[in-house]
Design a protein around this ligand. Structure first.
Ligand SMILES: [Zn+2]
Length: 88
C-alpha cells in the first residue's frame, strides 16, 4: 500500500515579527493512504483521522519493508496514532 507522508504545520507569527518573517513550525508528521484516483496525492484523511487539507507532503518514501515510514530526522514529530495504525 502506498502511503503519503504529510507534515502538519503550526503557522505562527510572533507579534514582533516583521512582514515576510512568518515562520512555519512542524506540529506533527502524519501519514495518509494515497488517493486511488490521483497518484501522488493523499486521501482526504490521515490514518489518525485528521483532514489532509492544508498539510504539506513530505518528499520521502520508505526504503522498503521494515523501513521507517517517516524520515529519521522527523521522528520527533511522529504522530503516534498514525504510527500505531501503520504498525497494525
Ligand atoms: Zn496522525
Amino acid at each position: 500500500m502506498a502511503i503519503i507522508v504529510l507534515q502538519e504545520l503550526d503557522k505562527q507569527m510572533p507579534p514582533d515579527f516583521g512582514p515576510g518573517a512568518a515562520a512555519s513550525f512542524i506540529a506533527a508528521v502524519h501519514a495518509a493512504p494515497a488517493d486511488p484516483d490521483v497518484p501522488g496525492d493523499p486521501d482526504d484523511r490521515t490514518f489518525c483521522g485528521r483532514p489532509t487539507l492544508g498539510m504539506e507532503p513530505v518528499p520521502y518514501e520508505p526504503a522498503g519493508p521494515g523501513a521507517s515510514w517517516l524520515p529519521p530526522n522527523m521522528r520527533q514529530w511522529e504522530c503516534s496514532d498514525c504510527a500505531a495504525a501503520l504498525r497494525a
